[in-house]
Design a protein around this ligand. Structure first.
Ligand SMILES: [Zn+2]
Length: 358
């Protein structure tokens, strides 16, 4: 059963990842975060394959709590590798728990309330500003009080969506903001500790690979159990055809699709990697596995953020907010879990086949 790959905590997921990586004969590097009060938090990287082989990168937990899913796919993959050797001629780089704090504390953001996928700025001047509509929504999105059951957020959110349309609302809310440190989709004021670890060590991870396919695993966007690969490239580029041929046209979503579920985002990881490795062929896709509708997911993010900043840890309202966030980013349903492990492994296999023939 694919459900066996899901762990109940970050500590368990990390332990299983490290054990499976060792069993598969991978080289493992761990990069601990600056000391936290509760247990070890680290980015762990498992590497198999030659330095100069084309590389398949599979990363999990850039968005903390989404790591329960990404880690499960990585574990399934490592177990495959220990039974049958990985695809010969391909270097596999598995990056576990990029935002380990959020993974451990059931948050999408990190220890600084930063969304790491808004934190990879090309230059220091980028850490400023907010989308024009964000200020107007700030009170609705980020109330300065603990979560309460008797609050008509869904009605208000639906009314805003009705007024603005869903794509413009997503642009405004989710694009990333740098002015409200306790707000949703905050991108920080400088590179965070995890961002810094990635930026300092990615050259080692990718050695001399010339062709890289990076699958960054996410959940929470799209149809329940299904997946889309969100590209960093806009439409009608040559590489877009390669993505379509590799992963299937129905599974890819270029950045610019006007009615699509993707939205323009500042400080994303993918473009940073592509820029950093610009002399190589670096393909990056955010693999989004759907859970529930946008309003439910946004309501869960909002409630957890309120509970984190204004609630009492351990109180019923706090625990309810954490539970709903976990459900929204890693549903408990065995059917969902089996479906997304299947989808995750398929995407990885397709990427690896494409690299082998490249
Ligand atoms: Zn995500």
């Amino acid at each position: 059963m694919s459900t066996q790959y899901f762990s109940a905590s970050y500590a368990e997921a990390r332990r299983r990842f490290l054990e499976a990586a060792n069993a598969a004969g991978a080289r493992v590097q761990s990069y601990p975060l600056p000391a936290q009060s509760t247990g070890t938090l680290a980015i762990d990287v498992a590497i198999l394959g030659a330095d100069d082989a084309p590389a398949l990168v599979v990363s999990s937990g850039l968005h903390g709590v989404e790591g329960f899913f990404g880690s499960a796919v990585q574990l399934a993959l490592l177990e495959q590798f220990s039974k049958t050797r990985p695809t010969p001629g391909v270097r596999h780089v598995l990056i576990h728990g990029v935002n380990a704090y959020g993974f451990a504390h059931l948050r999408r953001t990190n220890e600084d309330n930063v969304d790491l996928n808004r934190n990879f700025m090309a230059n220091a001047g980028g850490y400023a500003g907010a989308p024009s509509g964000y200020a107007g929504l700030n009170r609705l999105l980020n109330p300065e009080s603990p979560p309460s059951r008797l609050e008509p957020f869904k009605t208000k959110a639906l009314w805003k969506i009705w007024q603005a349309g869903l794509p413009p609302l997503k642009e405004t809310v989710a694009r990333g903001q740098y002015e409200y440190p306790r707000g949703l989709f905050y991108g920080g004021k400088k590179p965070c500790a995890s961002t810094q670890i990635v930026q300092d060590h990615c050259d080692d991870w990718l050695a001399t690979s010339r062709h890289i396919v990076h699958i960054d695993l996410h959940t929470g966007l799209g149809a329940h159990g299904n997946y889309k690969l969100l590209l960093t490239e806009s439409d009608y580029t040559e590489r877009r055809d390669w993505y379509a041929a590799t992963f299937g046209a129905s599974h890819i979503e270029p950045l610019t699709k006007p009615d699509g579920m993707a939205y323009r985002v500042a400080g994303q990881w993918g473009p940073w990697m592509q820029q950093h490795f610009q002399s190589r062929n670096y393909c990056f896709a955010g693999a989004e596995f759907g859970t529930y509708g946008v309003v439910r997911v946004l309501a869960a993010l909002r409630a957890e953020n309120r509970a984190h900043h204004h609630g009492t840890p351990g109180s019923p309202a706090y625990l309810r907010a954490k539970k709903e966030l976990l459900e929204c980013f890693c549903p408990a349903s065995p059917a969902w879990r089996c479906q997304v492990i299947g989808g995750g492994l398929r995407v990885v296999e397709e990427g690896s086949v494409a690299l082998r023939v490249s």
